[in-house]
Design a protein around this ligand. Structure first.
Ligand SMILES: Cc1cc2nc3c(=O)[nH]c(=O)nc-3n(C[C@H](O)[C@H](O)[C@H](O)COP(=O)(O)O)c2cc1C
Length: 156
């Protein structure tokens, strides 16, 4: 089964999760930054998709990709994961709002994998938002690697 793990990220947390998933899958998947590249979905049987939430939304590039390729994605084995700092009900709502229902229903596995604030990668504007909203001014890594493991295991 040919697998691609396609992600969008702002500061690298989602990429880190994508790479960890690939490690668990034995390093045989293609790990692909969707931001500046196009995928030919025909080449893959299984698509694992990851994005991160900023201001309640995943990256515009990923939103457009999901919208344009929904029909093709519905014919594939699919996984969806989301990086966010919110947990519990709020993260579930964010997930449901950002990933179309048909894709959520089609997915073999879904995961809310937590998130990280990498201060050194943020603009001053982002730092001040994070400080104001989350009262955080240092790098914080809350990626839930157990959840990443559980998710990836579904594709073994
Ligand atoms: C400016 C900014 C806004 C954010 N907004 C949200 C949000 O609305 N909801 C949330 O759960 N997490 C929010 N986050 C947390 C990110 O989702 C989290 O840091 C994630 O790990 C980022 O992943 P990335 O580095 O792959 O972009 C925000 C982070 C930043 C820096």
């Amino acid at each position: 089964m040919k697998t691609i793990i396609a992600y969008t990220t702002r500061h690298g947390a989602t990429q880190q999760v994508a790479e960890r998933i690939n490690d668990i899958l034995g390093g045989k998947a293609e790990v692909f930054d969707l931001q500046n590249n196009r995928i030919n979905l025909k080449d893959y049987d299984r698509i694992i998709i990851g994005a991160s939430i900023h201001g309640g939304k995943i990256q515009g590039r990923m939103r457009r990709f999901l919208r344009r390729n929904k029909k093709k994605l519905l014919k594939k084995e699919l996984g969806l994961f989301l990086c966010s700092i919110q947990t519990g009900d709020i993260s579930v709502k964010q997930f449901n709002k950002n990933f179309p229902k048909s894709l959520r229903n089609q997915a073999k596995a879904t995961a809310l994998v937590g998130g990280a604030f990498y201060m050194d990668k943020m603009s001053n504007m982002e730092k001040s938002i994070v400080k104001k909203v989350a009262e955080i001014d240092k790098t914080v890594d809350n990626i839930n690697y157990e959840e990443v493991e559980r998710f990836a295991q579904k594709f073994l």
